[in-house]
Design a protein around this ligand. Structure first.
Ligand code: NAD
Length: 511
């Protein structure tokens, strides 16, 4: 089903300008250049911005390094005051920022609002954290000695983000890094420069309102070459990079070569196992949201359905039925559930994957087509697609950033877990079952090898309270909640001798 209500370029650009003005961004005086914001809704240009020059990156790193010397000495709870103010501004401007996410990344309204809510939630979390950057005290083996650890700010954090979570991933990093006492330089996706301007304008306001040093956050616009400068510069203590495995493979070794730290949040290839004991009503709802939501453009999107052979036919028929009823169209139109792919290259990848899957013996059950091409020739809307596969061939091992769900069948849970783990990525996974033994096994050391292992919910839509990230080619990084803050700080171990003797550890005698 299609909701053919594609807006005109003037309507989209006008809306972007109005929303940006309310968020504190005026594009009138901005220099034009080759950073192009193109709305996936109709594929037309919203704005053209100049990329940050090499000289400007250098200056930004100098000022961020200088600001760090001030910021690291501000008490953490006072740093939390700034993040609280950011959270207030985000709450005030939630709808406008979400509209911009829709215009620039193509997310439907509800998901765009959800993304901004994640920003507000992480600000709350980080404010609490600003009073809880705990170190431990351990028993010393020596009398009248105290052994403890303290956590200190790390330095300048370079944040590189992907197009598909243009605002939340910045907030995950920035809110936590700022309360940790770090300063931030942000290189957003070149596809979403306007949302980056809006986030920066709100943070700048929060900085002014809290009398914090202005250079604790700097925005660098541009493509990969701008990101590469952060990767190679020793002034950047931590490179926190979110994006494709290809990007992580390029930057991981470069940061390591200069002994910098990296936090990599890369691609996923997420699976759901549906057992004979599953509540199928629940499973269908979880699967459809995870696989078709965001038009399959989440790192946690469901790409592989591993279903027990005895229920495969029924389950696939029910999901296919739900897919046929999904309204596809402009994410600005009420009722749309599936918006556009981000650009033509994403559509070509969708087409190629389907061709390859079919040549590997796959059969398309539903979907597979581009829609709305006449009303929006520069935009790429596709039908969420289900393909049954005879086995997990190489195309299933790849992350295709589009709504394709491959279906595989299994006979024993061990086989299902083996299929789940047999891909190079390790981000998210889930099992639908009412059998506790199956659920526990799936979450055990012998179960899913992913950073996220859920039971009776889909693979996408994580809460900020948990640590987010994945294993293997997903990069091993953890962001957001739990103790992920430790990645943004350095640890010092302190031994204090308050005796009048000097006993050596391990009983060593050196007198
Ligand atoms: P991408 O890899 O094309 O780009 C991501 C960012 O990296 C952009 O800002 C880009 O300019 C920059 N970049 C690319 N190559 C670089 C290099 N060599 N040096 C420095 N910077 C470089 O990814 P994308 O298409 O924007 O986003 C989609 C991908 O991101 C998917 O693979 C998705 O799974 C992944 N992703 C992962 C997570 C996660 O938390 N694991 C979250 C969101 C997206």
């Amino acid at each position: 089903m299609s909701a053919d209500t594609t807006p005109t370029t003037d309507q989209l650009a006008g809306r972007a300008t109005t929303v940006l003005a309310r968020l504190g961004v005026d594009l009138d005086g901005a220099e034009r250049g080759n950073v192009i914001s193109r709305s996936p809704i109709n594929g037309e240009t919203l704005a053209q911005l100049a990329a940050t020059t090499a000289g400007d990156v250098d200056t930004a790193l100098t000022t961020a390094s200088e600001a760090f010397l001030l910021w690291r000495s501000v008490p953490a709870p006072r740093r939390g005051d700034l993040v609280r103010r950011l959270g207030e501004l985000l709450t005030e401007h939630k709808t406008d920022l979400a509209t911009l996410v829709t215009l620039e990344a193509g997310k439907i309204e509800s998901e765009a609002l959800g993304e901004v809510q994640e920003m507000i939630d992480i600000c709350d979390f980080a404010v609490g954290l600003s009073r809880q950057l705990y170190g431990r005290t351990m028993p010393s083996e020596r009398p009248l000695h105290r052994l403890s650890e303290t956590w200190h700010p790390l330095g300048v954090v370079g944040v590189i983000t992907a197009f598909n979570f243009p605002v939340a991933v910045w907030a995950w990093n920035t809110a936590v890094a700022l309360v940790a006492g770090d300063t931030v330089v942000w290189k957003p996706s070149e596809i979403t420069p306007l949302t980056a301007l809006a986030c920066t304008a709100l943070l700048d306001r929060a900085i002014r309102d809290s009398n914090a040093p202005s250079a604790i956050h700097t925005l660098l616009q541009g493509a990969r070459d701008v990101g590469e400068r952060l990767v190679d510069d020793p002034r950047v203590a931590l490179v926190s990079a979110t994006g494709s495995v290809r990007m992580g493979r390029a930057i991981g070794p470069r940061v390591a070569a200069r002994f910098g730290r990296s936090l990599l949040e890369l691609g996923g290839n997420n699976a759901v196992i549906v057992s004979e004991a599953a509540d199928l009503d629940l499973a269908v709802r979880g699967i459809v949201f995870s696989a078709a939501g965001t038009a399959g453009q989440r790192c946690t999107s469901l790409r592989r359905l591993i279903v027990h052979r005895s229920i495969a036919e029924e389950l696939v028929a029910r999901i296919a039925d739900a897919y046929r009823q999904l309204p596809i169209g402009s994410p600005l139109a009420a009722g749309t559930l599936v918006g556009p792919l981000v650009h033509e290259a994403a559509f070509r990848a969708f087409e190629e994957a389907l061709e390859k899957a079919q040549s590997d013996g796959g059969k398309i059950v539903v979907g597979g087509n581009r829609v709305l091409a006449e009303s929006a020739p520069q935009a790429y809307y596709v039908e969420p697609t289900i393909v049954t596969m005879p086995q997990q061939t190489s195309v299933v091992h790849d992350e295709t950033f589009a709504p394709i769900l491959y279906v595989l069948t299994y006979d024993t849970l061990d086989d299902a877990i083996e299929l789940n783990n047999a891909v190079p990525q390790g981000l998210s996974s889930a099992i639908f079952t009412t059998d506790q033994r199956e659920a526990e096994l799936f979450m055990s050391a012998a179960g899913s090898d992913c950073g996220i292992a859920n039971v009776n919910i889909g693979t996408s839509g994580a809460e900020i309270g948990g640590a987010f990230g994945g294993e293997k080619e997903t990069g091993g990084g953890r962001e957001s909640g739990s103790d992920s803050w430790k990645g943004y700080m350095r640890r010092a171990t302190n031994t204090v001798n308050y005796s009048s003797e000097l006993p050596l550890a391990q009983g060593v005698n050196f007198s």
